[in-house]
Design a protein around this ligand. Structure first.
Ligand code: C2E
Ligand code: MG
Ligand code: MG
Ligand code: MG
Length: 280
């Protein structure tokens, strides 16, 4: 993915993408209008307590149903939004929308919101967070911002400062997809993340007998425990994976086994029905 700074938008693409430049340009144009045309929606995926299956939060996940391009997967349009900086206005919409939705949920259930580096490094990001909280009435402790290690690559100081501002508001910050990026333990020393999210490649790897994946999850859980952070295992799809994760001592579990990302109304129904999701 082209992430060069400076230069105009047009210089950002890698040569390998040139063949698809035309298609990409069309997609970018469509994405530019997606908010106004109300083509973006948030889905919510449950995260449960590994010990007892109680619902602890939902992660807000962006969906784009384009009139011209059909359903476009986040794996495709999020990188495009980042490269073109469209993620800044889109991410702002996500933040407001997620807070507005979460305020309808009972007391302790949090909402996780993914925030890209481009968005976090934008001046005034934490002011946006304040405004989203105030406008929606969501208490700060119910918002968990999810960032990946890549945010520290470009401007670690600003990233750290902004995350500290957000933490000072009372929000929590999770380190997403841990282990897949440029894992530097320095980040864990510098910032009090509430949660380390163990990437699903490790969870699925361990379940398939990878001793390396298993060892890495063990190490991450031990490290998180000593640092006073919790762990969320991502991508548990089967009962075997759930059992393994519980055994490894992860704090929380997120995965198709407990629920796929669902529409806001469905999430609300799930809360009403259970307050607790499937027996863990
Ligand atoms: P992520 O933040 O790591 O989100 C978790 C992804 O794993 C989601 O993919 C979710 O649907 C998927 N997942 C959860 N459980 C399972 C499982 O059991 N099996 C499998 N195979 N997959 C599972 P999704 O929704 O396609 O999103 C992909 C990525 O796009 C997210 O990864 C996140 O990095 C990014 N993204 C999504 N929404 C937003 C957003 O609003 N803002 C930003 N900046 N990024 C977003
Ligand atoms: Mg996430
Ligand atoms: Mg993740
Ligand atoms: Mg992931």
């Amino acid at each position: 993915r082209a992430k060069d700074e400076g230069g105009g938008i047009h210089c950002r693409y890698e040569p390998s993408l040139h063949a698809n430049a035309e298609e990409r340009r069309k997609l970018e144009l469509a994405l530019r209008n997606a908010i106004g045309k109300q083509e973006l929606r948030l889905h919510y995926q449950p995260v449960v307590d590994a010990k007892n299956g109680t619902l602890v939060s939902f992660e807000a996940l962006l969906r784009w149903q384009s009139k011209d391009h059909g359903f476009v997967s986040p794996g495709k349009f999020i990188p495009l939004a980042e490269d073109t900086r469209l993620i800044v206005p889109i991410g702002e919409w996500v933040l407001y929308e997620a807070c507005r939705e979460a305020v309808r949920w009972p007391g302790e259930i949090k909402v996780g919101v993914n925030v890209s580096g481009e968005q976090l490094l934008e001046p005034g990001f934490s002011t946006n967070v304040v405004r989203a909280l105030v406008d929606s009435g969501l208490p700060p402790y119910r918002l968990e911002v999810e960032v990946t290690e890549s945010i520290f690559l470009r401007d670690a100081r600003t990233a750290r400062q902004t995350l500290e501002e957000i933490m000072a508001l009372g929000c929590s910050v999770a380190l997403d997809d841990f282990g897949t990026g440029y894992s530097s333990l320095g980040y864990l020393r510098a910032l009090r993340f509430s949660t380390i999210k163990v990437d699903r490649t490790f969870v699925q790897g361990a379940a398939q007998g990878s001793v390396e994946s298993l060892a890495i999850i063990r190490a991450v859980v031990a490290m998180a425990d000593s640092l006073g952070m919790t762990t969320t295992a991502e991508g548990a799809e089967t009962a075997e994976e759930v059992a393994l994760i519980k055994n490894l001592g992860c704090t929380k579990i997120q995965g198709y086994y407990f629920g796929r990302p669902m529409e806001a109304d469905e999430a609300l129904k799930l809360i009403g029905r259970k307050g607790r999701v499937a027996a863990a």
